[in-house]
Design a protein around this ligand. Structure first.
Ligand code: FO1
Length: 342
């Protein structure tokens, strides 16, 4: 069953969420709880994907899939709950590469996906089937069926994303990013159809890292233009709270790129793409810095209640914006990319 070209129920008001892994998955969990399955389409970043030990690993897609299935490891944020590590132990004994840890149950996902990709199935078809088998009712799409690989430009070299993130623990100073393969990749048809849909209720940019989780999605041909022309409110939720990133290297990256570590920087980064911005109570002082409608609320999600409450608040904000003529920010975009070197 290939859901790559699937459409949402056209009679239902639908919500499109753009997400990276752990941070975005929290809001996606809330959205999946407050919306019917046919009302939510989740598009996942695949720029973090890579080939490792002969396997195709899709970290953000898997984090979203496991989270929506309720089988994720909430402590680590990635991988499966209760996983065991016999494969890694045995691999270490044999002198294999152990810098990227694959749990035994998680390994099954990578092996089965790789077999199916090699047999000619698309990533979206494999994802749809895995989701069905794991009981995920929400439609989860990779941003593209073609490979896109994020490269992190450091002072001396361009590092493949997982080399930077896991092997080097985000230590190298970041100068910019590029998304290898993005120019030749195509966004999933169902994603583009949703963006143009008359009944689309909102596009929600989840509280994910703007540089490495959302920009790869925006870098796909046609996506930026389609978002800019989208008839529904486009809303971003800040991943920066009180001058810190809730998860991951967002704040460190901002500092190294010479950007202030504030919620405003993220709004400016999305620039004229967004109609509304959601930030935390702790950042209420920054409201005056933006010239688009802002919703100040609790964005820190510690439990399921927080996730559902934020999801409801974001949707109510979108509905409020949709009742007025939509206007976008006048601020310039602070996109940080470097030319592809390959
Ligand atoms: N993150 C780590 O910090 N160390 C790991 O060994 C690791 C393994 C891993 C395996 C499967 C998977 O789906 C994700 C994994 N992650 C690991 C997380 C991943 O590198 C990042 O969270 C994302 O790429 C950033 O969104």
């Amino acid at each position: 069953m290939d859901r790559g070209g699937a459409t949402l129920n056209d009679n239902a008001a639908s919500v499109l969420a753009l997400s990276g892994g752990i941070g975005g998955a929290k809001l996606v969990t809330g959205l999946a709880r407050v919306l019917a399955p046919e009302q939510l389409l989740v598009v996942a970043n695949t720029g973090d994907d890579f080939e490792h030990l002969g396997l195709t690993i899709c970290p953000d897609l898997d984090t979203l899939m496991y989270t929506l299935a309720g089988v994720h490891d909430p402590a680590k944020g990635w991988g499966r709950a209760g996983d065991t590590w016999r494969f890694m132990t045995a691999l270490a004994e044999l002198g294999g590469e152990t810098w990227f840890r694959l749990g035994d149950a998680d390994l099954a996902t990578h092996i089965e996906r790789t077999c199916r990709l090699k047999a000619g199935e698309s990533l979206s078809a494999v994802t749809a089937d895995f989701c069905r088998r794991l009981g995920v009712a929400t439609t989860l799409l990779p941003m593209s069926d073609q490979p896109v690989r994020t490269l992190v430009q450091t002072a001396d070299t361009a590092l493949p994303f997982q080399q930077y993130f896991v092997a080097q623990r985000c230590a190298p100073v970041v100068r910019g990013f590029s998304f290898q393969g993005a120019d030749a990749a195509r966004p999933l048809p169902a994603f583009m159809e949703a963006l143009a849909r008359r009944t689309l209720r909102a596009v929600i940019i989840c509280p994910s890292n703007p540089f490495i989780s959302i920009d790869p999605i925006l870098a796909l041909p046609g996506v930026h233009k389609a978002l800019a022309a989208c008839p529904a409110p486009v809303i971003a939720v800040s991943p920066v709270v009180g001058g810190r990133a809730l998860k991951g290297p967002t704040a460190k990256m901002m500092r190294e790129l010479g950007l202030p570590v504030t919620a405003t920087t993220v709004a400016r980064h999305y620039g004229a793409l967004i109609h509304g911005y959601v930030l935390d109570h702790q950042d209420a002082a920054y409201v005056q810095d933006t010239d688009i409608p802002v919703c100040v609320t609790q964005t820190v999600m510690q439990n399921l209640d927080d996730k559902q409450t934020l999801a409801r608040t974001v949707l109510a904000f979108a509905d409020e914006l949709a009742r007025q003529p939509l206007r976008r920010a006048a601020v310039t975009n602070t996109r940080v990319t470097v030319e592809e070197r390959s």
